[in-house]
Design a binder for this molecule. Structure first.
Ligand SMILES: NC(=O)c1ccc[n+]([C@@H]2O[C@H](COP(=O)([O-])OP(=O)(O)OC[C@H]3O[C@@H](n4cnc5c(N)ncnc54)[C@H](O)[C@@H]3O)[C@@H](O)[C@H]2O)c1
Length: 440
């Protein structure tokens, strides 16, 4: 099938590449000429496991192309996926300008039947707005060409995006057009060969499902974070509590890890956008306010512990920061807790030596030549001469460090672990003072 991906970011690039991998002819469009140039020169603008090889393979096979040419993109695919960003607007609502621009650009050019698929995370009612925008553009051209609008929210996780797309838990299709539903079944058939995982529903339910999923996951994280903070003062160990509740099949094991709060390009904005929709419709979700408030506070939980140990004035202190990305296996630093932690330490006069296996170029892009943030060549280089080690992202390579070497390299034997990566007894046995999130 011929498909166009409008927006070649984390979602568009992964989706387009995986669709090419199963034999489709995919053209990826972006307004960011630099991104398209990088791709056309054989580079990959994001870090995502397994993606680079898959892109190279499909480009070589002639099934995957990248362009900034909107005319070519609209002409190419019968299926036009919209995978552009939906960042938060000032009032917390999802900013729909990119989605609606993409819709209009299709309406302005299409000459035959198109299936327009909203893959971006969009508020309930967006498919109607996309339909209206396309219809308006067609009418302006004196046309009434047929088209369908489908909601197909994406559930892939950054850091495991290719695997998630190739082996989805479920594929949600929101549509009321039988022809479009049949085509979407065909699009996703190669990804669910051992059993059907396609859930076909009405458009509004599909749009709400995406927000419901992210809101639920964010809620579990904030719940565990608050519980961990309570465990801290009660002298309980959150790790035991986690195991005690995760073993209940009604609760399950996933997303019960306390830490430094959720970040990234999705949970923070989606929680806000869902709440905005709820308030606008007179049904505020009280629980979401609490989830967000708890998360904001949690991003500074580690700094609170640092201040409690070292005092408010951190002038002249140097902190080794392990991890900049908002989670492992990605270079994404959007709303990353590391940013709040760096800002809070620097505001108190400290400097930070960071190490992250893939996000340091992204950090350099964000912070430029800021003198208070430097980059180490290895985790141990970061630790050398620092006043404390602060662990922010749970990269695999941080999981089993040489604690003796860390104690000798640090100026003070202090470890602040924002991801509960270590066994407290093991760290303490090496002569280090260990601070975690809710562990005894
Ligand atoms: N990142 C994730 O893990 C993830 C997961 C599921 C859903 N989503 C949702 O998917 C959507 C995209 O997210 P992302 O992380 O891929 O964003 P992104 O910022 O990485 O990519 C969006 C891309 O769209 C491009 N763009 C904007 N307007 C355009 C236009 N008119 N024509 C062509 N290109 C245009 C931008 O230049 C950018 O490259 C968002 O709604 C997001 O909430 C993201």
């Amino acid at each position: 099938m011929k498909m166009t991906m409008i927006g070649t970011g984390y979602v568009g690039l992964v989706t387009g590449t995986c669709l090419a991998e199963v034999g489709n002819d995919v053209l990826c469009l972006d307004v960011d000429a630099r991104k398209i140039e990088v791709l056309n020169q054989g580079g990959v603008p994001i870090h995502e496991p397994d993606l680079a090889a898959m892109i190279a393979r499909n480009v070589a096979a002639g099934r995957l192309h990248f362009t900034t040419d909107v005319d070519a993109a609209v002409a190419h695919g019968t299926i036009q996926f919209i995978a552009v960003g939906t960042p938060p607007d000032e009032d917390g609502s999802a900013d729909m300008q990119y989605v609606l621009t993409a819709a209009r650009s299709i309406g302005r050019r299409m000459t035959d039947y198109k299936i327009i698929v909203d893959k971006s995370t969009v508020p309930v009612g967006t498919a109607d707005r996309v339909r209206a925008a396309v219809t308006e553009e067609l009418q302006a051209r004196g046309l009434d060409t047929r088209f369908a609008v489908v909601s197909n929210p994406e559930f892939l996780k950054e850091g495991a995006a290719v695997d998630d797309f190739m082996k989805p838990d479920r594929v949600v299709i929101g549509a009321d057009d039988e022809r479009a539903i049949a085509v979407m079944r065909a699009v996703y058939a190669p990804f669910q060969r051992n059993h059907e995982r396609l859930l076909v529903m009405d458009v509004r339910s599909a749009e709400l499902t995406k927000y419901a999923a992210n809101a639920m996951l964010a809620t579990r994280i904030s719940f565990m974070n608050e519980l961990a903070n309570l465990a801290d003062v009660l002298g309980a160990d959150i790790e035991h509590v986690r195991q005690g509740i995760g073993s209940d099949p009604r609760i399950g094991w996933h997303f019960l890890y306390p830490g430094v709060g959720y970040g990234g390009s999705c949970f923070p904005k989606d929680v806000k956008a869902l709440q905005h929709t709820a308030v606008q419709n007179g049904r505020p979700l009280r629980i979401m306010n609490a989830v967000e408030e708890a998360n904001e506070a949690q991003k500074l939980r580690l700094v609170e512990k640092i201040v409690a140990r070292l005092g408010e004035d951190l002038a002249g202190r140097r902190f080794a920061l392990w991890g900049l990305a908002f989670k492992p296996n990605t270079d994404d630093m959007r709303e990353a807790p590391s940013r709040e932690i760096i800002a809070a330490l620097v505001a108190r006069g400290a400097t930070v030596v960071s190490y992250d296996p893939v996000s340091m170029p992204e950090a350099k892009r964000i912070y430029g030549d800021a003198p208070w943030l430097t980059y180490a060549a290895s985790p141990m280089d970061a630790v050398a001469g620092a006043d404390a080690l602060v662990v922010v992202t749970e990269w695999k390579e941080f999981r089993s460090p040489d604690f003796d070497a860390i104690r000798h390299a640090l100026r003070q034997p202090l470890v602040f672990d924002g991801r509960n990566l270590y066994e407290p007894e093991l760290v303490r046995a090496a002569g280090l003072e260990y601070f975690s999130i809710g562990r005894r």
